[in-house]
Unconditional design. Structure first.
Length: 276
């Protein structure tokens, strides 16, 4: 029989996780959909469940030394209203789900779910997010692009959990976030995009962009970003077109996704000013 555990402290959670192979339950807004059963029946969990959403030690946002630290169980709503939240992350969170869900869904859960359509992920990629992973007697930090390995797959051992997300406190001069879904709100992404540009003496000094839901993981190319100043708009779009390889699924087609990605990138480059 599957058992449920509700730890009172973070240390207790680590102790339980160290001694048992368990499913971690954060807000449950993704997990309960994955594990749903017929109406009136218990969810299809095959392991004991550890409820971690109420761990106060994992609910915080603080700024330190040019970085913003976000506890893994910080809700999306708390992130939305916090004064230290970068504007581009705020834009993404505002388009995620409904207000009711944002009050229970967590940033750690959105990352751990590792869906290519995760709305926060393109933003976290361009903010160079690092994931702090913790277990009993161990702690490590990995870049988000190394943590998310594919749809539903993350670099997390069975007795570890996400403790914290650390992002660079980058204040771009120009930002662009866009989510394309079946409706304007409370929809799963067909495509998502996050971009940021910083200028120096009227020229682009920093260029970053990432695409979601168009490949097994978020598409971001640091190599291409570093070379955009020497390229024209058509060359930039051609280079990104080679990286964006969407699929057909129940929400959209590969042809549609690629075409819209190129349109969004074109709009972003137009806003940047140097590629008109």
């Amino acid at each position: 029989m599957v058992k449920s555990f509700i730890p009172g402290t973070y240390e207790e959670a680590l102790e339980l996780l160290d001694k048992n192979e368990m499913i971690l339950m954060a807000g449950g807004t993704d997990l309960m959909v994955k594990k749903r059963n017929w109406a009136g029946l218990s969810p299809l969990f095959d392991k004991d469940v550890l409820f971690i959403s109420e761990l106060r030690e994992l609910k915080y946002i603080r700024k330190s030394g040019g970085f913003i630290h976000i506890g893994a169980m910080t809700t999306l709503e708390d992130i939305l209203v916090h004064r230290e939240t970068p504007e581009i992350l705020r834009k993404a969170v505002l388009l995620m789900a409904s207000p009711g869900i944002r009050h229970i869904a967590t940033l750690g859960g959105n990352i751990g779910n590792a869906s290519p359509a995760g709305d926060s992920l393109p933003v976290l990629y361009i903010l160079d997010a690092k994931i702090v992973i913790d277990g009993k007697g161990t702690e490590r930090m990995v870049p988000i692009e190394e943590f998310i390995l594919g749809p539903g797959k993350v670099y997390l051992e069975s007795r570890e959990m996400i403790k914290e997300i650390v992002i660079n406190d980058v204040r771009f001069d120009m930002i662009h976030y866009e989510k394309i879904g079946g409706r304007k709100s409370d929809a799963i992404s067909k495509i998502s995009f996050a971009g940021g540009i910083s200028y120096k003496k009227g020229r682009i000094d920093e260029f970053r962009c990432a695409f979601g839901a168009v490949a097994p993981t978020v598409v971001r190319s640091r190599k291409l970003e570093a070379s955009v100043n020497g390229l024209g708009a058509e060359e930039i779009k051609k280079s990104y077109a080679e990286l964006i390889r969407p699929i057909d699924d129940q929400r959209s087609t590969a042809v549609y996704r690629k075409k819209v990605c190129m349109n969004i990138l074109d709009e972003f480059l137009d806003k940047a000013g140097e590629y008109k």
